[in-house]
Design a protein around this ligand. Structure first.
Ligand code: ZN
Length: 425
């Protein structure tokens, strides 16, 4: 008898769901704690803390519902063979109705993906609407109007519609045309694509959502420029991003390549950090990521993972049992990828957990970098203010945060900044 791949995948997903719900329950209990963490006593008022607590408990409740609905839909999709039916019936029909060749795998794949995208938008919509217009609204956090919300959703779909088809078509052609070195060709394609995305994407896409204006001349600009040139940062392009139109989340980031590097700070960061030193400290942290080559290390790591992934894919793609188990009698490229991805769910969770550990280490290193430049105190203040501005969780469960968060928690970062000696030294 053939191995019941599909049933095994559903079983695994349910096990993961139970495990993650257990972590979530731990986190929920931490959120309900009425006591301010020791590090924040005197820094945050009890009133602010209560505001936080209420907001995050609301969000956590919504997450319980969403995870539950997701696992039901995902399991039902697999158990009732929705994917093979969608592939055979719907996608073929759609292609035929446009007058194109229904047997063409590329057209059929695109139609299939369009259906999947449409469906996931529909199932996601109630949650994102509720989150933005009920929860965020109730806690005075939402600045988005319904129109802005719809416009952003449409923009996101447009980006996917413009970028998706050529990439999908290229991947299908590569799989169809290349022989034994398939994994290498696929990796090469993704590598070139990611270089392209890293240069083009930050220049083209954020301006669709946000307005970038040059930071005006003044003390703040001079301070940032002095810091940047002391670290040999190769550019003087400084932008303010109008994040405040959307929400009060605050941040700063670097983007662009070699000589075209830019520093962008959200206007919300400028509003929240009343002291200019604090903003400079946040930039010092970002410069730390750049100086310590964190982006390069993580890109190399990701490239190796992708190569391994494609290697694994070429091993699995010819397993007939796998396809029959999921109800497919043909082996289209996209379906090969989707089924392969199901078979590596456990590995995927382990890898993303390991990646979290790496980014945790990077955050501590960037903080230590800013600390070495003498920004420990203002960085500390800025982190607290950003946390308050973002209304993020204050009390967190250590298991939950190490499993889910790419960044260390505020408390962990403050503790590291307060240590007399840097961890990184
Ligand atoms: Zn960082």
């Amino acid at each position: 008898m053939a191995f019941p791949f599909m049933e095994a995948v559903v079983g695994l997903e349910i096990l993961m769901y139970i495990f993650e719900t257990y972590l979530h329950l731990r986190q929920h209990a931490a959120l309900k704690l009425r006591t301010l963490p020791k590090t924040l006593v005197g820094v945050i008022s009890q009133e602010t803390f209560e505001k936080y607590r209420a907001y995050n408990i609301d969000k956590s409740n919504l997450r319980f519902v969403k995870q539950f609905v997701t696992i039901i839909i995902d399991s039902a999709t697999l158990l009732f063979g929705v994917l093979p039916r969608l592939w055979k019936v719907k996608s073929g029909d759609i292609v035929e109705s446009t007058g194109l060749d229904a047997e063409n795998e590329i057209y059929q794949t695109l139609a299939f993906l369009a259906c999947v995208m449409y469906w996931s938008q529909i199932t996601n919509l109630p949650f994102s609407l509720y989150s933005t217009f009920v929860i965020e609204e109730r806690h005075g956090f939402n600045k988005q109007t319904f129109w802005l919300f719809i416009r952003d959703m449409l923009k996101g779909m447009t980006v996917a519609i413009v970028l998706g088809p050529p990439i999908v078509a290229a991947i299908i052609l590569i799989v169809q045309k290349s022989g034994p070195y398939l994994a290498i060709y696929l990796w090469g394609f993704i590598f070139v694509l990611s270089l392209f995305m890293m240069t083009i994407y930050p220049v083209l896409v954020p301006p669709l959502y946000n307005k970038l204006t040059p930071l005006p001349q003044g003390e703040l600009r001079t301070k940032i420029e002095t810091l940047a040139s002391s670290q040999n940062f190769p550019s003087k392009k400084l932008f303010v991003v109008d994040g405040s139109t959307w929400s009060t989340h605050s941040n700063a980031y670097l983007f662009g390549f070699s000589k075209n590097k830019c520093i962008a700070l959200f206007d919300t960061l400028i509003q929240q950090c009343t002291n200019e030193e604090e903003i400079v400290a946040v930039i010092a942290h970002e410069l730390g990521h750049w100086k310590l080559n964190h982006k390069i290390y993580s890109s190399v790591g990701v490239q190796i993972l992708i190569l391994l992934l494609f290697g694994g894919y070429t091993l699995v793609k010819n397993s007939n049992d796998l396809f029959t188990s999921f109800g497919f009698d043909t082996q289209p490229v996209l379906i090969e990828f989707i089924l392969f991805q199901y078979t590596i769910i456990p590995v995927q969770h382990l890898v993303s957990f390991d990646l979290n550990l790496v980014t945790h280490a990077f955050e501590f290193q960037a903080d230590a970098f800013a600390k070495k430049l003498g920004y420990a105190k203002p960085l500390r203040d800025a982190l607290v203010k950003m946390q308050v501005g973002n209304l993020s969780e204050m009390n967190t469960d250590p298991w939950y945060s190490v499993y889910h968060y790419s960044h260390p928690t505020l408390l962990e970062r403050l503790a590291a900044l307060d240590e007399p000696h840097n961890k990184a030294d």
